[in-house]
Design a protein around this ligand. Structure first.
Ligand code: ZN
Length: 188
């Protein structure tokens, strides 16, 4: 079980470092949610709209025993119903981190709910626009249209967050998205 504790610690550290937006640790984001968070920092009561969440209660495990993948080609899987992230054992350190980051985006998308998902599309689009410029960002979004037709479960918010994580971890664009990186993303 020690190896699972290490995975757990790794996921918590990654969340702290790279998901300050989705977990609203980035306090400046709160002020952008007008009408939901008041000036004193309290938020409105709305059962459909949970602002604060994290993956503290989620499991992260290797794909072995009862957690085995149905498909041997998987490197990771987000099982939202059981709140479990499953990672292929034996990956390199970097591949393992990238796989966990990829599955964490799925997990957060699941927890955010529709309203916040839409908000974060705008937020991340704006952030990436400043970093990549309009032409380059749209090239990545347009290229993803091809991938979207082939690989479901990776909508625009997923793409935008994955590109942001590529930049944050200083890796070629398309690395965290993973699917079709060479074919569709090309050189970043
Ligand atoms: Zn995925």
């Amino acid at each position: 079980m020690i190896k699972y504790q290490q995975l757990r610690g790794q996921m918590a550290a990654l969340e702290e470092k790279y998901f300050q937006d989705f977990t609203f640790q980035n306090k400046s984001l709160l002020s952008k949610i007008a009408g939901v968070v008041y000036a004193d920092g309290t938020s409105s009561e709305d059962d459909d709209f949970t602002l604060f969440h994290n993956l503290d209660k989620w499991l992260v495990v290797y794909a072995e025993g009862k957690y085995k993948f149905a498909n041997v080609n998987y490197e990771g899987e987000c099982r939202s119903k059981t709140q479990t992230i499953v990672v292929k054992p034996g990956l390199s350190k970097v591949e393992e981190r990238n796989t966990i980051l990829h599955e964490m985006i799925h997990a957060h998308e699941y927890l955010l709910g529709e309203r916040l998902r839409q908000f974060f599309i705008l937020f991340l689009y704006d952030k990436l626009l400043k970093k990549l410029g309009h032409a380059k960002l749209w090239r990545k979004i347009y290229l993803d249209g091809h991938i979207y037709a082939k690989v479901d479960q990776h909508p625009p918010l997923f793409l935008l967050k994955s590109l942001e994580l590529d930049l944050a971890t200083r890796q070629p664009l398309g690395t965290i998205f993973a699917y079709g990186r060479k074919e569709y993303f090309g050189k970043s």
